[in-house]
Design a binder for this molecule. Structure first.
Ligand code: PHE
Length: 341
């Protein structure tokens, strides 16, 4: 018993004076005292040599010793976790760094509101491929190969014979919808389109459209006017006036272009409306019977209207952006101006 006590006193002194500098010291301590072949295990093994009457006392001494070693080890753990932190090069107690917030692109915001306005009156969104065949971009839209109206749209050809093009309008999506579904049809088709134009403030080789198509029994030009008038009042406010001018598109008959009263000057004349008081926003018309026939829809039973607008144009009117190139330059000084809209 005395031998045991003397031994423990030596070890206790060592534990008390143990002053680790780093995680390696702590680990060495663990192995020496608490490891599988460590001192605590060894001295506990001595119990079997202690005579029975003294076992209780010896047990208490040994337990106290074990506890001392464990407490010391626990009190050194900060050194171990600091090392772990350095290994990860992270200090989880530092405040987080600011992540700069991005903004939605103005064209996307306007596209979303156009689509939202038509969704409210039962239109659903349809999309299609940007690389299109001749049938869906031209021929089925009442523009056969020699049709002069093809010149209205300067086309990028991906391949010729068979002709694959970068779609020049999202009317190609309307063609695909008429091909794959039966009336009643009510779709709005947002998407990017391409035309071989020299890039300037007023023209670009790619831009965005939202086109709509409505086919059912007894759809009339009055429905077209009312639908577009609803769109204008939702988009630009209820005081906005509209006017329709006769126009020409091969896939609609009759066709029209729609103007709205200038949202900047209210009609008195400014740069946006070129001092006319009106700004053109879209083309529209009643779907041509030839186009309905191309998709096996009987023009004696069904009629429909279609319209198409440029998203850049609507955005320009809403926010007075007067250079188309700004939309694709990704200049954050431009984009940030739309942050809180
Ligand atoms: N597709 C025509 C264009 O790109 C717009 C349009 C669509 C006109 C539907 C009438 C009807 O210019």
């Amino acid at each position: 018993m005395q031998e045991l006590q003397a031994q423990l006193r030596v070890f206790e002194a060592e534990i008390h004076s143990f002053d680790p500098k780093n995680a390696a010291d702590v680990e060495a301590f663990r192995i020496r005292f608490l490891g599988t072949k460590g001192i605590v295990k060894q001295v506990l093994g001595e119990m079997k040599n202690v005579p029975v009457p003294q076992k209780k006392e010896a047990g208490q001494l040994l337990n106290a010793f074990k506890q001392l070693a464990e407490e010391k080890y626990a009190s050194c753990q900060h050194l171990v976790s600091e090392v772990k932190m350095q290994d990860n090069h992270q200090d989880i107690s530092l405040p987080g760094s600011d992540l700069p917030l991005g903004t939605r692109h103005p064209l996307r915001m306007i596209e979303k509101s156009i689509v939202g306005i038509f969704e409210k009156i039962g239109f659903s969104v349809a999309t299609g491929p940007e690389i299109e065949d001749d049938w869906h971009n031209f021929t089925s839209l009442n523009m056969p190969a020699d049709h002069p109206a093809r010149d209205m749209q300067d086309t990028f050809y991906v391949s010729q014979n068979p002709d694959w093009v970068l779609r020049t309008h999202t009317s190609s999506v309307q063609a695909r919808i008429m091909e794959s579904s039966k009336p009643p049809i009510r779709v709005i088709c947002p998407g990017r389109v391409y035309r071989n134009e020299t890039i300037s403030a007023r023209a670009h080789c790619f831009f965005h459209q939202c086109e709509g198509l409505y086919i059912d029994k007894q759809v009339s030009f009055a429905d077209l006017k009312q639908t577009l008038y609803y769109f204008v009042t939702e988009m630009f406010g209820k005081d906005t006036k509209v006017r329709f001018r006769p126009s020409y598109f091969p896939f609609t008959e009759p066709s029209a272009e729609m103007d709205i009263s200038c949202t900047v000057c209210g009609g008195s004349g400014c740069n946006l409306c070129k001092h006319t008081g009106w700004v053109e926003i879209l083309g529209c018309g009643m779907v041509h019977p030839n186009m309905l026939r191309n998709f096996n829809i009987d023009p004696e039973v069904y009629t429909g209207f279609a319209f198409g607008m440029g998203v850049e144009r609507i955005t320009q009117i809403k926010y007075q952006v007067n250079d188309l190139r700004l939309y694709s330059q990704n200049d954050v000084r431009f984009l940030r101006q739309f942050q809180n809209l």
